[in-house]
Design a protein around this ligand. Structure first.
Ligand code: CO
Length: 464
């Protein structure tokens, strides 16, 4: 037993869970050097929804954000989250895109890459593992934790063995829904510790109100690292508060020995920043309400807040409870996929359609059809022939690794985006989010042109 290590998630999952990933780079930069000196093992700052949101809503280059963060964080490891073959997007990318993307992220300063696959299909992680190892970064492989008749402890242990054999540097229990209960965590950590010596990390969410207890039991069972968020960006659908956990462990063998003055400054900074999001409604108090129903429905924080928003937009907030109840049924139909991006969105959308269209599977999104065809990988349990027929008719189901069907794509993306891309990273942004990145790159170019026109005008109007 020794000092517990802390992965600080405020700058990725913290704001992704509470304010739809809206923190801007300008809001982050002033506090980075304080965070850097607080004694965290790592800071999760990139990946997940941060990339898409930067381009789509903040008119920011996510690569530039990473460079700026790296320039201000000198002591602490920087960590990102990547969805295996999906990278930060919502579908499978060809191997050459996966390779170039991770290579660039590591080049710009990512030290630890946490990899996971929504279906725990190892084949979808293999390419990423190889690239992360080759580039010399720390490769953390995560199990997407879920509960079902097929997701037993043995199921997870054999997955972890696969990770270890492939060269993983550490393992993460990724409980994106906050459904891992305290004593389950204790047993799971103990069981994993028997089969591997790799460092073990716990990622969970406070959604259902058990995360702090779960984390403490995991600590007692010998977990090495835990994910927490600085207090203003903690709790609710986010992670437990960093300071509170550190205080709870003071005087024990697990004391993470963090600098409270630095953490208090960080908390004060984000309290101030968050006022704007409280005022403009982005920070909805609903995400802070403890929701034990999460334990029944196994709905992750981000998905819950997305669904609240979706139902509001559809003017169907009154059917929210019905949709919540439909989610586990859809999940069972589809072979118990863990509810994590992109499957959380897909299952959520199907549940919404099943409730508001007046019949189950009357409307079926293309993504669900592709899922049933095996394009996302292999579900943990088989899908019934009857439902398969209803969803994809007589279409074939693939049995190979989905990305095996894709040929190299980088050159094609590069050609498509043409001169709007000024770097390989621009092309990669485009590869992941074609329309959003094109709009961003076009805007960037227009701004540059206007600026240079303004400058030349200025030269002629100098008042001397
Ligand atoms: Co999370």
């Amino acid at each position: 037993m020794s000092k517990l290590k802390i992965t600080e998630t405020s700058l990725r999952d913290g704001h992704q869970s509470l304010i739809a990933t809206r923190l801007t780079t300008d809001e982050i930069l002033p506090i980075l050097s304080e965070m850097d000196k607080a004694g965290f093992y790592s800071m999760e700052v990139w990946g997940g929804a941060t990339f898409d949101t930067a381009l789509r809503f903040l008119n920011e280059d996510p690569w530039e954000r990473l460079r700026k963060i790296r320039a201000n964080v000198k002591n602490t490891k920087l960590q990102m989250l990547s969805r295996g073959q999906n990278l930060l997007g919502y579908k499978n990318y060809p191997d050459d895109v996966v390779e170039r993307f991770l290579k660039n992220a590591i080049f710009e300063g990512i030290d630890i890459v946490r990899l996971f696959d929504a279906l725990n299909d190892f084949r979808n992680l293999k390419k990423s593992i190889d690239v992360v190892k080759k580039e010399g970064a720390h490769c953390q492989c995560a199990i997407s934790y879920t509960k079902s008749p097929v997701h037993t402890v043995d199921y997870y242990l054999s997955l972890i063995k696969e990770f270890e054999n492939a060269g993983a540097d550490s393992i993460c229990i990724k409980d994106m829904s906050g459904i891992l209960l305290p004593y389950e965590a204790y047993d799971l950590v103990k069981s994993i510790k028997v089969v591997t010596n790799l460092p073990l990390e716990l990622h969970t969410h406070c959604t259902s109100g058990v995360a702090q207890m779960t984390m403490l039991k995991a600590v007692e069972a010998g977990i090495d690292i835990v994910d927490t968020a600085i207090s203003p960006l903690s709790s609710g659908t986010s992670q437990p508060a960093t300071e509170s956990l550190a205080l709870s462990l003071q005087g024990t063998q697990w004391d993470p020995q963090l600098d409270f003055a630095r953490m208090n400054n960080t908390a004060d900074h984000f309290k101030e920043v968050l006022k704007k999001y409280q005022d403009n409604g982005t920070f909805n108090t609903k995400v802070l309400m403890t929701e034990p129903k999460t334990l029944q429905y196994q709905i992750p924080g981000g998905m819950l807040s997305n669904m609240i928003y979706q139902m509001q937009t559809l003017n169907a907030s009154d059917k929210f409870e019905a949709v919540l109840a439909e989610v586990p049924r859809v999940r069972e139909d589809l072979g118990y996929p863990p509810l994590v991006t992109p499957l959380s969105q897909m299952v959520g959308a199907q549940a919404v359609f099943n409730v508001i269209s007046g019949g189950r599977y009357k409307i079926i999104p293309t993504e669900i059809k592709n899922y049933v065809k095996g394009m996302y990988g292999k579900p943990a349990a088989p899908i019934s022939e009857e439902l398969k027929k209803q969803i994809i008719g007589n279409d074939d189901v693939i049995t190979v690794r989905p990305a095996d069907l894709l040929s190299d794509g980088f050159e094609k993306f590069k050609e498509e985006i043409g001169s709007l891309a000024k770097s390989e990273q621009d092309v990669l942004s485009y590869a992941l989010f074609p329309q959003v990145a094109r709009d961003f790159l076009q805007k960037r170019q227009d701004t540059k042109e206007t600026m240079s026109e303004d400058m030349s005008e200025d030269m002629y109007t100098e008042p001397f």
